[in-house]
Design a protein around this ligand. Structure first.
Ligand SMILES: [Zn+2]
Ligand SMILES: [Zn+2]
Length: 299
């Protein structure tokens, strides 16, 4: 079974919620009830932003998340994360990766082999190369007595969008297929890479849609959103010229049956403004932080 837990649901600048980063957890054996019987068999973190380490620190104290807590001390246990997918390079999606890499290498070093713990870092080659060159290299390119590379900290997996079988990775039987999103444009659509995820269980024929950061583009996403059991879509509450996110007013133009199965995330700190509530009622709701959503309860 597969679950999804938002570390946070906030926009890039939100302070009442952490950054919109998500933990997927997979168990071979389905369980029922409030709490899992034990740690998951596989884990995937989708993005880890600047507030990610604090969100992780809070989540590990919640019932059912003890596997995120270090066996010694009280800190985050990053080796609990096996896979990390990066949707794009904004700091609210990658700003926590330096800490994660350093702690996996120097704090959670395997005592027997002396090797650092490495998670699998997954994205497109364009994002992975730029993630290192423009963001992580500054803090991570030196170790004691030598220079280091991205692969010193992570196992690297480069995907190619729209080119099966390179357009997806798997967590248990679940397929995580990437698709390009229209987030920021330099000169034209899709020329600054950013991705969303379409998660399917091939045998059960069920799926979920996860938008990543994107402008409103239902024409591009309708095929996925129509068949998905549940949609997670980013949303900003205010209108804006040249916006880089889907606005609430744009999202309200979705067909009613799509709105009813869509949870909004990546939202601002005014989420409880009474004036917004009538519009928000048209949707399944606002995604809640640090709450485990069961996506697929079968195998
Ligand atoms: Zn963002
Ligand atoms: Zn962004």
């Amino acid at each position: 079974m597969l679950t999804l837990t938002y570390l946070g649901v906030g926009s890039a600048f939100a302070k009442r919620n952490f950054n919109s980063n998500v933990l997927f957890e997979f168990w071979e054996k389905a369980w029922k009830g409030e709490l899992p019987p034990g740690p998951p068999d596989d884990t995937l973190l989708v993005d880890f932003g600047a507030s990610g380490p604090y969100a992780f620190f809070a989540l590990k104290e919640k019932p059912g998340f003890a596997h995120l807590k270090a066996p010694f001390g009280t800190n985050n246990y990053y080796p609990a994360i096996r896979k990390i997918f990066v949707t794009h390079q904004h700091a609210d999606h990658i700003g926590g990766l330096e800490e994660l890499a350093l702690m996996n290498t120097f704090v959670y070093q395997d005592k027997k082999t002396g090797k650092p713990y490495k998670a699998e870092l997954i994205s497109t080659i364009n994002i992975l190369v730029n993630l290192w060159d423009h963001s992580l290299k500054g803090g991570l390119n030196t170790m004691q007595n030598r220079y280091a590379l991205l692969q010193d900290y992570f196992f690297i997996r480069a995907l190619i969008p729209a080119k099966p079988p390179k357009n997806h990775f798997d967590v248990g039987p679940y397929r995580f297929e990437i698709f390009a999103t229209d987030h920021v444009q330099i000169e034209r659509k899709y020329d600054w890479p950013s991705y969303g995820l379409f998660v399917t269980h091939p045998k059960l024929g069920r799926s979920i849609f996860y938008s990543g950061d994107t402008r409103f583009d239902y024409a591009a996403y309708s095929r996925m959103m129509e068949v998905a059991d549940i949609c997670f879509h980013d949303c900003q509450f205010f209108d804006q010229v040249e916006t880089v996110h889907a606005t609430l007013n744009e999202m309200r133009t979705l067909p009613p049956e799509i709105k009813k199965k869509t949870l909004l995330y990546h939202y601002g700190d005014n989420f409880d403004d009474p004036a917004l509530q009538p519009s928000l009622k048209e949707f399944m709701g606002l995604a809640q932080p640090q709450r485990r959503y069961v996506l697929f309860d079968g195998k």
